[in-house]
Design a protein around this ligand. Structure first.
Ligand code: G6P
Ligand code: MG
Length: 215
């Protein structure tokens, strides 16, 4: 029986992918690396450092660890300027209703995100108290598709992994759920998330009961 719901943040709760893109684009321009919105798809669900390494690969550039860290900090500062302006209305359609309904029905809810900025994002969106547990990039060592972030989420909810399902918009996240022995609800297009157990365009016009009937 499913008792816990584990949610990715970026692309599931809030559309921060566009701000990650704008920040990476600004950095790529400084380094004279061409970087498109299509390239940005490859960065979804991927850690900050790994994202930068993908951009460097695109540009055919190699940098030292220190330089990479310096640029990652610059990117994050650009990103944070957008995040500090993030408005509550930027929560994705249906998310608040979906979460409130699930809470009322007794489900436990956790965040499972690679982002080190999850805390500030949830607080900007007034969602901190909606989550019974928050697992983010500051708490985990291994990135998705490793299941660590979701296994820790289940643990902090006091539930077995078999009692949890995952909501993800990235392939790496769907794989992380499966690697942890959990089912994954894909948020987005089926062609981008072929492995998801169910795929839906978003959390609007749907309830947890509808999903449970389909699983
Ligand atoms: C999420 C996003 C990625 C981002 C990563 C790290 O997984 O989908 O695009 O790179 O978090 O986020 P951070 O806020 O720590 O740079
Ligand atoms: Mg995501």
């Amino acid at each position: 029986e499913i008792k816990g719901l584990l949610f990715d943040l970026d692309g599931v709760i809030v559309d921060t992918a566009k701000y990650h893109y704008l920040a990476w684009k600004e950095l790529a321009e400084k380094l004279k690396i061409p970087f498109t919105e299509k390239d940005n798809e490859r960065l979804k669900g991927v850690s900050r450092m790994r994202s930068f390494e993908i951009i460097l690969e695109i540009g055919g550039l190699e940098l030292s660890k220190e330089e990479k860290e310096k640029y990652c900090t610059i990117k994050n500062n650009i990103y944070l300027e957008y995040i500090y302006k993030l408005k509550q209305e930027e929560v994705l359609p249906g998310v608040n209703e979906f979460l409130n309904d699930a809470r009322k029905k007794g489900y436990k809810i956790a965040l499972g995100s690679a982002s080190k900025n999850a805390g500030v994002i949830l607080s900007r969106l007034m969602l901190t108290d909606t989550f019974d547990a928050i697992i983010d990039g500051t708490k985990v060592n291994t990135a998705k598709p490793d299941p660590e972030v979701f296994l820790l989420g289940a643990k902090e909810l006091g539930l077995k992994k078999e009692a949890c399902i995952v909501f993800e918009d990235a392939k790496a996240g769907v794989d992380a759920a499966h690697n942890g022995g959990m089912k994954a609800i894909g948020i987005g297009r089926k062609e981008n998330l072929p492995n998801a157990d169910i795929c839906i365009p978003g959390l609007f016009h749907i309830t947890i009961d509808d999903l449970m009937n389909q699983l």
